[in-house]
Design a protein around this ligand. Sequence first.
Ligand code: HEM
Length: 340
Amino acid sequence: MRIWSLGRLIPPAVAAFILAIGLVVVPAGAQEGSGSNPTAQAVSEQQLLDELNKVQGRVSIPDRKAATLQQPQGRDYQGFHERALPWIGGIAIGGMLLVLFLFYFIRGRIRTQAGESGVRILRFNALERLAHWTTAVAFIVLAITGLNFVFGKRLLMPLIGPEAFSTWTVWAKYAHDFVAWAFMLGVLVMLVLWVWDNLPDRYDANWLKKAGGMFDRSNRTHPPAARFNTGQKLIFWAVVLGGISLSVSGIFLLFPFVFTDVNGMQMAQYVHAAVGVIMVAVIIAHIYIGTLGMEGAYDAMGSGTVDLNWAKEHHSAWVEKQQAKADGRVPPHNATEPAE
Ligand code: HEM
């Protein structure tokens, strides 16, 4: 919709009167150089809305951006950062902790039904473990320092005082900016190493139907899975897709005004913050299942080897394939459910 200049329709005396009222009502900062072009024949409605409440003036320094003190979208962004974001983060992270707490007390630890066989097989080689732990350590630093931007002022500052909070936050900001590169590299290497093992396969539908046996307290349900089961594939893709959107939006923020303007950076910040807090919640679930939640799982990333019985129960099709490779056989096409 276009709003035509009123000059042709309204007598000059009335126009002068309206202008005089405008000068009294509109705050001085908002009028000066508001950015709209008064000589234009037509302006769009959106343009007028965008200009509303803009606080803009003139500067004589080369950086013309400094002339805009506030823009309307900045207020939306501030509302998101100060109100919506802490709620989204609190619900996602608090909700996940609550679900895991209940899961642990109702379901208990996922045990290896057959006990230890004493035979160990290699699950992740040194490069895979290096990529995983580089990503993991980097992510934990990014999560702690990132959550400080969201909750620090409210939760930490009252505890340690403004001086200490300010010193910590400056270091947290540097850590966040530099450690981000290790995270990006780690996600890239994990993508290259594991993408083939995380494509959908014929075991996924059945695994999902049985929810991976997670709710069977007798530990007897073990739907067959190849190297990664469906739950792990979902974690993998969450890490890869979440990691890519965090990386792209993060690079926009690391280099202000290089790739986009202030509106683009605000959009990047919406994506970065929302994906970041959701990913923290997802990774808390991953850390739970890799440590407390499942007996024998941590070894896979710790020493790189797992007990044969653990592997047969959780990744039967993968074990069949590994054993066939070791014997020089062709791997069987259909893995059967292991004996229960
Ligand atoms: C203290 C923190 C962590 C622990 C104890 C941990 C533990 C593990 C374990 C035991 C596995 C192997 C599971 C198996 O053998 O099948 C694994 C795999 C994996 N981890 Fe972690 N991890 C941690 C943090 C992270 C972080 C921060 C990320 C990414 C941001 C991550 C991403 C992955 C991915 C993509 C896999 C492969 C898919 C999967 O098994 O879910 N991990 N982790």
